[in-house]
Write a protein that binds this ligand. Structure first.
Ligand SMILES: *Cc1c(COP(=O)(O)O)cnc(C)c1O
Length: 336
């Protein structure tokens, strides 16, 4: 019972079968039919010209930023953005691209007035502002289609490109009940993580226009991300994208259930307004020793990450019964 992340999902038996039977070739030569099939299929499904299968979400974001921006360029993003906070500063270190973070609003969005104030004038004192990068979902919160369309208008007004870190974009599409293609239409480029709630073991996608993806493909090689018989992984990736919504609906329902159960425990509180997908942040009692609670739960086969707020993530390995057991574990611990 692993509540730490939706990255811990195990490939199903059917997915392992599909991987075992995948036809493969050398993808650096463009010879892997299963990778080619995934890239063509994903491009068509999300209505982009081209797609690139890459090792991770971090690599997808790095390629995305480096293919949009040259040395000395700048991207606008949220202070909470994964591609600012949690990717080891890759865009700055490897791309010589300057991040310009803006404080996220409580709902995860970025204020357009604050963004406008951060766009640099064309003057050699400044980095060149090239790109706005958004994230959906962000900490489990969903940006609406209306907001994304406003972001498109903002980007056009300021002559910026628009990128989406869509690691969990399928969770957003599920929560909004909007077709994925419509939700990503405002963007010049998007990433999708196949190895989170979608359940594939490895891999992400980067999508954009043909020229952009060819540039990203060159940078992927430079960064050591050219893979050979990668069809074994791509087969799982395509399977993960076939029919993800039913499972994500269950994950979201379970997150709601988990939030309401946590709210019943003395001293714990979850702002359920922000439980919109599969991630729950819970404020713990101040006196709680988070490390000790985690150790107590681990002895009972339950994995959680300490922190206050404490983050719980639902996925296809988490059932209502698992939630009941975890809740019971917390109550027992607090009763000691
Ligand atoms: C997980 C995540 C990534 C990075 O994906 P990895 O495959 O772990 O490198 C990027 N962006 C967001 C929003 C994520 O949640």
């Amino acid at each position: 019972m692993d509540f730490r992340s939706d990255t811990v999902t195990q490939p199903s038996e059917a997915m392992r079968q599909c991987m075992a039977q995948a036809k493969v070739g050398d993808d650096v030569y463009g010879d892997d039919p299963t990778v080619n099939d995934l890239e063509h299929w994903a491009a068509a499904r999300h209505v982009f010209e081209s797609a690139l299968f890459v090792t991770s979400g971090t690599q997808a974001n790095l390629l995305a930023l480096m293919a949009h921006c040259d040395r000395g360029d700048e991207y606008l993003c949220g202070q909470q953005a994964h591609n600012y906070r949690y990717e080891a500063g890759g865009a700055a270190v490897l791309g010589s691209i300057q991040p310009q973070p803006i404080e996220n609003n409580p709902d995860g969005s970025l204020d357009f007035d604050k963004l406008a104030a951060a766009v640099k004038p064309a003057d050699f004192h400044f980095a060149r502002t090239r790109l706005l990068s958004l994230e959906n979902t962000i900490n489990g919160k969903v940006l609406s289609l209306e907001y994304l369309q406003q972001a498109r208008q903002f980007a056009d007004r300021h002559q910026l490109r628009l990128h989406l870190d869509g690691a969990r974009i399928y969770n957003a599409a599920t929560a909004l009940d909007i077709d994925i293609a419509e939700l990503v239409a405002p963007f010049d480029s998007i990433t999708i993580c196949l190895s989170k709630g979608l359940g594939a073991p490895v891999g992400s996608l980067l999508l954009g226009d043909r020229e952009y993806i060819e540039k990203a493909r060159r940078i992927r090689k430079m960064l050591g991300g050219g893979m050979r018989q990668a069809g074994i992984l791509a087969a799982a990736g395509k399977m993960a994208l076939q029919d993800p919504i039913p499972q994500l609906r269950i994950d979201h329902k379970n997150a709601q259930y988990l939030a309401s159960e946590l709210n019943q425990i003395h001293g714990w509180s979850v702002n359920t307004q922000f439980v919109q997908t599969n991630i729950v942040f819970a404020k713990c009692p101040d006196e709680l020793d988070g490390e000790a609670l985690c150790a107590y739960l681990m002895d009972r086969g339950i994995l959680v990450t300490p922190g206050n707020p404490m983050r719980f993530v639902t996925h296809n390995g988490i059932t209502e019964t698992a939630i009941d057991q975890m809740i019971a574990g917390i109550k027992q611990y607090q009763a000691m």
